[in-house]
Write a protein that binds this ligand. Sequence first.
Ligand code: BGC
Length: 712
Amino acid sequence: MTLEEKIGQLSMAEGSGHGTTRGVQSAIRQGNLGSLFNVHGSGIVRELQRLAIEETRLAIPLLFGLDVLHGHRTIFPIPLAEAAAFDPTLWEATARAAAAEASRDGIMLTFAPMLDLARDPRWGRIAESPGEDPLVGSRFAAAKVRGFQGRSLSDPTSLAATAKHIGAYGAVTAGREYASSDLSERTLLELHLPAFKAAADAGVAAVMAAFTDIAGVPAHANVTLLREILRRAWGFDGVVISDYGAVAELVPRGVAADLAEAAALALTAGVDIDMMGNAYRRGLPGALARGLVGLEAVDAAVMRVLRLKERLGLFDEPYRGLSRDAPADDGPGRGLAREAARRSIVLLTNDGVLPLPRGLRRIAVVGPLAAAARPMLGPWAAIGDGTAATTIADGLRQALPDCVVDVSGGVSIAGSDTNGIADACRIAETADVVVLCLGEDETMSGEAGSRAHPELPGAQRTLAEVMLDLGKPVIALIASGRPLIVPWLVERASAVLATWFLGHEAGHAIADVLIGAANPSGRLPVSWPRDVGQIPIFYAERPTGRPEIAANRFTSKYLDMPATPQFPFGHGLSYCRFVLSGLRSTTTEIRRGQHLEIAVDVTNEGPVAGEETVLFFIHDPVASVARPLLELKDFAKIRLMPGERGTVTFNLTSEAFIFPGRSLAPVLEVGEIELFVGKSADRDSLLRTSIRVIVAQDRLAGQLVSARPDPV
Ligand code: BGC
């Protein structure tokens, strides 16, 4: 291969939607492009692939990528919503269905799953993430990789998955998009990297570097992160992809003087593919000539890209996926979308108004999201058709054919005009119940969707307060890509539900839950703040020397509000009453390598069948490094009929108690470990027992993230 052809394999360009420019076509013909993204559909993909196969000297097939985050044509709930299902089987199933649809459109590579741990709802990309917890993130990562990649990458219904964006993108300063992150190495290892390690262990084909830097070292130039940790310690042998133009951005980020330096830094760090291609195409020849990087680094990166193409079976079947002529709706599609959406809804409060009683005569569906279709899909909705989403009003109309469903927007999502509120009042006054559809639109979260005030935008609060003043039961639905701060609404509404962005079946799923055809089972994958001043907020806090005492000023608290979240991590109600009891452990002492079984009984004391999520946390009260007051170690779901009792069992080994010691090497320390089981991270509500770790070795090489990496 010529140097140009090699650099071509390392370059990815964007096609424009369904079409593509002449420039891209001639770059393909010249062998200057190895992959494309944002091009899909059998006609265009077949044509561009034909150029690569029939009109280039080496006939190397192109790789086609797309952001298939939560569905391709059929759109499932956004990742943050789906995380609320706490169900790896569901997470895998929706990824599998999305892969089957996308691959039929010629896509081979998805830039998903997004695995950035997010504890700051100001950051818009929290919508794409599995939330605040590293264990949930890790399970989510493994399930999504299994779902996208299937049994084998060469299966034409599989997509190569990309774990993105390594690392600590979610820790950007003040939640501001593309800003710096600065955090301890311990936090990086314990919180931000485990989901990526889980993806690597599950065999993820690709990893994408983050736009951001950690303490001044941009991810795209971070040798420790990409080479030492990702490749050497974790054994990842796939492809590292840059984020959009991020290699060239090493110049404005202040670590490279020109594109040659930027290209050399990124290639040396281990970035194989330059998304948008300009930095490698324009910078690498100069970098090689100046001796900033050697040809062997180029060759190694090219080999990794070619190996991915080979694993995808492209050398044998360059038109993979396209040859399947099954109809576009042969998959689980809308049925699975409805199921996923139902299970992602979190019932935050309920004074008994829900489920709606039979025999309702009139419902007023009010608010800017009442009849909204496209916003239901949320950000990153791939090629999902926004007009095909079921609106909340339509979902309710279909679910309640004998009830009059009146609809009025009242206000727009972000505007200040309140003239429509009178009409909303008119329909609300004659209704038995008001369903208030509030929230964000699909552009207010996701990439570049940071908001300093993650609250209801525009005049929605005015509308809501007028509705609440009517004295009718008000059920508030919050559509959003993040927890929204609405303490006044929580206080006054009869019920509040987090309905996130649920995808194409949003309206049906919401109606299912409101009428009780589905018993809500979603649980918060993030702590829900009361106020922006509490952010970042998360359950896994370290102990303070001065825990809050109301009467003592000199304790850890705010003078002007509670320090606790509005709703804790794991919170979510259902139409049943689940009671947990009889927490027990098979042993009171554990040695290194031994197993332990924790069991708890769960009784459904409610009138209907339902599903409970049981969370298992630990706390190490005395350790060489203070440990969080709660750390999630496992979770499980149990489905019970009314009056039924079942048992949930957690199996673990002593490894669950290993943590990075003072030197960051993994340690297992002797002493007591508190074990907690319950429904949320509200410590007061948890059942508690304890065990002792005995005769532990104090240092275990290579257990946590394999090895202690050098400082990042
Ligand atoms: C985002 C990535 C995405 C890429 C391609 C970037 O702006 O940060 O997450 O995969 O665009 O669309």
